[in-house]
Design a binder for this molecule. Structure first.
Ligand code: GLU
Length: 240
């Protein structure tokens, strides 16, 4: 059964017209295929949360006649799931604990900016020895979980709109998957939820293309089948 979704973040005053456009395509595609259209509220970035935004998003969708076929799901209510899957990746050796301080991360960023390099994690914690990790955990040091991106090779996927898209693994950052506050980042949560919610087609704006290789790595590491990806144009405000 075809299942599509939109996954708005409740971080703005009103539902952006671009989200309405994406919702419309997902809705129509699901209906045309006797499928289901789902709404998931991606509220894991606690610093950007806008009170009342979620209610306005759901109201606006209803106003446009784009009501979901199931009760909307809210990511903040599913934290144990992301934690479980994040830890599973660490156990399998596809992710690792990172104990780096904000000061360290900031100094790396500053150095990279001075050298006109793309900002990325310097992989300090990627090769910590098991006993070092254990002693840090025993001392209750706070940590994040990061994706262990292969150092060589390419990650590719087939996009319905654009065909094959490939990225050099050496250019992909060791993305944070689980934050120290226990919340997942978008990248972990989106993959776990699209899988658990049995989403078959991911139809979204092209601004998410550069995130997709990280998602493909996650699908492969979990051993989950890939959904179908379609990245369409972005609808922007006149100010871009
Ligand atoms: N939460 C993302 C957004 O704000 C969802 C992107 C996606 O569809 O994967 O649009």
């Amino acid at each position: 059964m075809v299942r599509t979704r939109i996954a708005p973040s409740p971080t703005g005053e009103d539902l952006h017209i671009g989200n309405v456009y994406t919702a419309l395509i997902n809705y129509v595609f699901a209906k045309k295929n006797n499928g289901q259209f789902i709404v998931r509220i991606e509220d894991t970035d606690r610093t950007r949360l806008v009170p009342g935004s979620e209610e306005r998003i759901l109201k606006s969708l209803a106003w446009f006649g784009l009501s979901p076929d199931e009760e909307p799901i809210r990511q903040s209510a599913r934290l144990e799931k992301y934690k479980k899957y994040g830890e599973e990746l660490v156990q399998k050796g596809h992710a690792y604990y990172c104990f780096c301080s904000t000061e360290h991360l900031e100094s790396v960023k500053k150095l990279q900016a001075e050298q006109h390099q793309q900002p990325r994690y310097d992989r300090t914690c990627r090769n910590l020895q098991p006993q070092e990790i254990k002693s840090k955990l025993d001392q209750n040091e706070s940590y994040v979980i990061r994706l262990k991106v292969p150092e060589t090779g390419e990650t590719s996927f087939d996009d319905v709109v654009r065909g094959k898209i490939s990225f050099e693994n050496s250019l992909i950052d060791d993305q944070v998957l689980l934050k120290s506050d226990g919340f997942p980042t978008y990248h972990l949560a989106v993959v776990v939820d699209d899988y658990l919610m049995k989403i078959t087609h991911i139809i979204r704006a092209e601004e998410w293309i550069s995130s997709t290789p990280k998602h493909i790595l996650l699908y492969n590491y979990f051993g989950w089948p890939l959904p179908i990806f379609a990245h369409g144009p972005i609808l922007r405000n006149p100010d871009r």
